[in-house]
Design a binder for this molecule. Structure first.
Ligand SMILES: Cc1ncc(COP(=O)(O)O)c(C=O)c1O
Length: 393
């Protein structure tokens, strides 16, 4: 395999709910959720059952043919999508969901320019990469797609200034994930909606990481009520199988003509059956509500760690999408936590990122907190010898 992933030295062989096991049968609480893919948990029985059933009937069916599993999914997606978003394009990943949105914006507006935010992450194919901010991803692949601009977030005046006659769309993540778990305020998102309406510019939300219950609502846009013209989804929508979803207003999506944007695997029946089951789980097990409740609890516990720590700068997030910013890089904390049975992500050099399955139990969160407490104290002792904040140490 290409050497493009920063590897963790364990072989994961099994998963169930919020837990995974390695090849030596060591158990871990998975706060990575496979990079935010496992909102319904690892191997949810309803997803497993749906995949098994569909695998025995029909695995492959190109979207040029109608298919019952795909129709069922489209109906369910339309049922939960934000109001007014009703035409759906199915692909295989987050970056593809964004590519579709970018092409839709250009095609439906007849204009070329896309405005994204500093700190944004939208994927690594050439269009999505052109909207991604970080130099380390962009520089090696220049020249990128032209007519992409980045502006600072939370500055509506700046946004008004940079939008021109050429602007097709503004593209934002309601919470920047890779960019360090930075939540855009409801005021800012509502302001963006107004500006885009005023200037006849499309508003695109990349909810690849924030969607599907993660932030405490089915979609993060529901917090502000600012509904985009196009929404991009992926990661957890198919319960762990690869999917990308782009949903747009009918007038916007109808600008694409037959053959202009397609994908061999888009709408694959096996993936659609898994996604339909995952949507049932999301709705029936009220996972968004659960993410809200448990997210508040988790954040509160992390804030208690912060209150007793000299090396934590900030705890922030929405629902079960939580970041903890440190004064130092977090590699040691990631490794030590892993050794103690807790898998965590980073989001930049000095930020821990938690994207656990939304089915995580309160007791599992308590275990994560107690492991982190120990690891952070160890780290604090190493980084700032003699200044431990652990009164009992
Ligand atoms: C907000 C956002 N957009 C797009 C992507 C790209 O998704 P994928 O890795 O499935 O291509 C990601 C991946 O982390 C993401 O977080």
């Amino acid at each position: 395999m290409a050497n493009v992933y920063a590897k963790r030295p364990i072989v994961v062989t099994r998963g169930k709910g919020a837990l995974v096991w390695d090849i030596n049968n060591k158990q871990y609480i998975d706060c990575t959720g496979s990079y935010g893919v496992c909102n319904v948990g690892h191997c949810h029985p309803r997803v497993v059952e749906a995949v098994k059933r569909q695998a025995e009937i029909l695995i492959s069916c190109h979207a040029s043919f109608y298919n019952d599993a795909r129709s069922k999914l489209l109906e369910k997606l339309a049922g939960i999508a934000p109001k007014g978003l009703d035409k759906i394009y199915l692909s295989n990943s987050g970056t593809e969901a964004v590519e579709c949105a970018l092409k839709l914006a250009r095609k439906s507006s007849g204009k070329p320019e896309i405005i994204a935010l500093m700190g944004a992450y939208h994927g690594k194919t050439m269009g999505a990469l052109s909207a991604t901010w970080d130099k380390k991803y962009r520089e090696p692949f220049k020249p990128l797609v032209p007519e992409f601009k980045h502006v600072s977030p939370n500055d509506l005046e700046k946004m008004k200034e940079v939008i021109t006659e050429k602007t097709a769309a503004v593209l934002v993540e309601p919470v920047r994930g890779e960019g360090g778990i930075r939540v855009l305020s409801n005021d800012y998102l509502q302001g963006l909606r107004e500006i885009c309406d005023d200037k006849h510019v499309l508003l695109i939300f990349d909810e690849v990481q924030t969607g599907f219950g993660r932030t405490g609502k089915n979609f993060a846009c529901e917090h502000s009520g600012a509904i985009p013209d196009i929404i991009c989804l992926a990661k957890s929508v198919a319960g762990g199988l690869p999917i990308g979803v782009t949903i747009a207003r009918k007038e916007v999506m109808s600008s694409l003509k037959v053959g202009e944007h397609t994908s061999t695997f888009g709408g694959n029946p096996l993936v659609c059956a898994a996604a339909a089951a995952a949507i049932d789980v999301l709705v029936e097990e009220k996972l968004a509500e659960r993410a809200n409740k448990l997210g508040n609890y988790f954040k509160g516990e992390l804030q208690s760690l912060q209150a007793n720590s000299k090396i934590i700068r900030e705890v922030r997030g929405l629902g079960l999408m939580i970041g903890v910013e440190f004064r130092f890089d977090v590699l040691n904390i990631l490794n030590k936590s892993m050794n103690k049975g807790v898998l965590i992500l980073d989001a930049g050099r000095n930020i821990l990122r938690f994207l656990p399955p939304l089915l995580i139990e309160k007791e599992q969160i308590d275990t994560v907190i107690s492991v982190l407490d120990k690891v952070i104290k160890e780290e604090e002792n190493e980084r700032l010898p003699g200044s431990t904040s652990d009164q009992n140490a």
